[in-house]
Ligand binder design. Structure first.
Ligand code: 6PG
Length: 242
């Protein structure tokens, strides 16, 4: 699978470039019948992106036909520092008048198994189906140094073949429970933007983009949208071993 790769000098320029491209994609969505479905990743890397969106793109008119989702959430309350929703809200959504009915957060405060079922239904109710799976126009993914993406960790690759939209996962080190979308949903997306920054990601980025003997051990290498495309957004440090 070919990969488009966009490299910026530093993390601030990377956030600007990614924000500009996301807004372009959203703006290009002229089919006003269905909202543009955008799934956001968590972790620390997107913080700068959310800051740029909150400062430069906070006009709610830009987003009037966009539905926001998350690719995963830690099973914590929405005001917890660990919450993926909380950071996006504080840095971006709080600075806009986007109708909250189009911001579909994962309820990390609720029972994980019940929430995985509820959120699967919420996604299905607010997206169109393609190939029998919810269609995301754009999925933003992060990348862990161990090759995980969303909350699909090494050893849990079976989540790429799951027959359900969301499942409960567990962080292998902290044992923290997560609700995550599964691989078939990710690979049903029209477009996947991978975001990785910093020297600590250089090795895993290189292994996934250039291949390596143990490549199959990395869930992120299983992201191969069936009818879609992957674009990698890297800063110079994360691209250092390409
Ligand atoms: C999460 C993310 C996860 C993240 C990677 C990278 O909830 O943590 O969805 O997949 O994108 O772990 O995290 P950093 O951006 O913090 O390195």
């Amino acid at each position: 699978m070919e990969h488009d790769i966009r490299i910026s000098q530093g993390q601030s320029m990377l956030a600007e470039m990614l924000a500009d491209d996301i807004v372009k994609m959203v703006g290009a969505n002229k089919t006003y019948i269905n909202p543009f479905s955008l799934a956001l990743s968590g972790g620390r890397t997107p913080d700068l992106l959310f800051s740029v969106l909150g400062k430069k793109y906070n006009d709610e008119k830009l987003w009037k036909n966009t539905a926001f989702f998350w690719v995963d959430e830690r099973c914590v309350p929405p005001d917890d520092p660990e919450s993926n929703f909380r950071k996006a809200f504080e840095l971006f959504f709080k600075k806009t008048d986007i109708d909250h009915s189009r911001i579909h957060r994962i309820r990390g405060e609720d029972n994980p198994v019940q929430e995985a079922g509820r959120y699967s239904a919420e996604i299905a109710e607010n997206t169109v189906l393609r190939n029998g799976w919810p269609l995301f126009n754009l999925v933003l993914l992060g990348l862990g140094e161990d090759g995980h993406t969303a909350s699909i960790f090494p050893g849990n690759e079976k989540l790429f073949e799951s027959s359900v939209v969301c499942e409960v996962a567990r962080h292998p080190v902290t044992l923290q429970e997560r609700v995550t979308i599964t691989g078939r949903v990710i690979n049903n997306a029209e477009l996947v933007f991978f975001l990785a920054a910093g020297r600590s990601k250089a090795q895993i980025v290189s292994k996934i983009l250039l291949g390596s003997a143990d490549n199959e051990l990395f869930p992120a290498s299983l992201v191969k949208p069936v009818n879609g495309k992957v674009v990698w957004y890297l800063d110079q440090e994360a691209a250092d071993e390409l």
